[in-house]
Design a protein around this ligand. Sequence first.
Ligand code: CA
Ligand code: CA
Length: 220
Amino acid sequence: MRAFLVSMSIVLGACQYPPSGDDEIGSGGTDTGTGTGTTGAPECTIDADCPNPAAPICDDGVCVACVSDLECDEPYPDCIEGWCAKPCENEQSDPLEPNDDPSNATVLSGDDDWPDLWLCPGDEDWFEITFSSPHFVSIVTNNDSLDGNLDMFLLDANSNEVDSSTSGFYGSSVPRAVEAIHMKTAMPVTGNAVYRVRLTMPDGVGGLPYRLQFQAFPEG
Ligand SMILES: [Ca+2]
Ligand SMILES: [Ca+2]
């Protein structure tokens, strides 16, 4: 049953694309497909029937929180706040750390692909982009949604938010949570345009590895 519900959420999630910017969201589709299906059958018979790391243990037919590391297996070996979670490898494995605020943001070139970055609870990852002429911009992240939730915000040089992507679109063919921002840069009357990307982890208790891809194309 749990596997079926997850499949349903994948399909429903697919209806939410694109995740931001184009205002095509808003037709429901979230938070449905769960909490129903009371057929009387047990939710699980073994732990493997419980794919959600927030309730990974099968106890008398119900998926429940963990209480000990001994209950958790790879790739989620640590029991943290009831979740079986990935160890946080932000300091060890994220090649762009420290990049926790605008002052040490990673400078992007316009043709960037970082396949193995990490967020952890409390971590923020910042990136900076400078344009001398109008560009079309694409910023995309993807991660395993079972690791937690990643949110993306685009800020201008004055730290005003100009766009965001927080839907966690869950692909039906590629089951990864995706955030995406596509836009054309606004240029000041004189000088360069500076933008910053801020990534946060609002949900999750362990490590969240993710991929960031950024491309910029001149307008003309
Ligand atoms: Ca990081
Ligand atoms: Ca960081």
